[in-house]
Design a protein around this ligand. Structure first.
Ligand SMILES: CC(C)(COP(=O)(O)OP(=O)(O)OC[C@H]1O[C@@H](n2cnc3c(N)ncnc32)[C@H](O)[C@@H]1OP(=O)(O)O)[C@@H](O)C(=O)NCCC(=O)NCCS
Length: 178
């Protein structure tokens, strides 16, 4: 599966498009992050910058022409074969229909085609939806999901949950692992 992906969902009668973000998506991404009430909301500037400089390691889902979810990530500068996923969000009305895992799967595929071999993310212990989504992605790709400690609560100024590091490996293209 290569992006962009466009499909018509016969059950919801909606057109879903998965594609790289462009600058014009930044404001809506910021709004979705803010409305999630779970994510740390970065400045609106950060989302614009992400759309400008990290579009090829990020992804947008559009439903009937409106941005409904996003994934922002980057390849680690010292370890370019590792894709780090910073944030995933799906706007409330669109949750529970597989959009989160579909976006991650599409991004994983496009990054695997460019040599990425491992995916990393961090998840706070009080976010079972996120753990379930990454577990589902790993199952879909026949890869292992492992967890280690990364950032402890006392490392964050101003109070914050700890963040565990989750790794999915190996990341392969669909053709390679099937
Ligand atoms: C986490 C989030 C992105 C999931 O998006 P989504 O489109 O609803 O997720 P999906 O429908 O793709 O579900 C993927 C898997 O996670 C599971 N899942 C989704 N939400 C869940 C929840 N609240 N509790 C438990 N499992 C959940 C699904 O059952 C599915 O598992 P399956 O494939 O084994 O059936 C969405 O809830 C969200 O935006 N949350 C707020 C932001 C956030 O926490 N982001 C993640 C950290 S960066």
């Amino acid at each position: 599966m290569q992006i962009p992906i466009s499909k018509f969902d016969a059950i919801s009668q909606q057109t879903i498009q998965i594609r790289e973000p462009v600058l014009a998506d930044g404001a809506r991404m910021w709004r979705i992050a803010e409305d999630s009430r779970v994510l740390d909301t970065n400045s609106s500037y950060a989302y614009l910058l992400w759309c400008r400089d990290f579009a090829d390691t990020s992804i947008i889902a559009e439903i009937d022409g409106e941005v409904a979810g996003f994934v922002i990530g980057y390849t680690r500068p010292a370890w370019p074969r590792i894709l780090f996923i910073w944030q995933v969000a799906v706007d409330h009305p669109h949750r529970g229909h597989g959009l989160g895992v579909d976006m991650l799967d599409a991004l994983m595929e496009s990054c695997a085609l460019r040599g990425v071999a491992q995916l990393e993310t961090t998840i706070a212990p009080d976010n079972p939806a996120s753990v379930a989504m990454f577990a589902s992605l790993a199952r879909r790709r026949g890869a292992a999901l492992t967890r280690t400690t990364l950032f402890t609560a006392d490392q964050f100024p101003g109070g914050h949950q700890p963040e565990d590091l989750y790794r999915i490996a190996p990341v392969t293209t669909q053709e390679e692992w099937r």
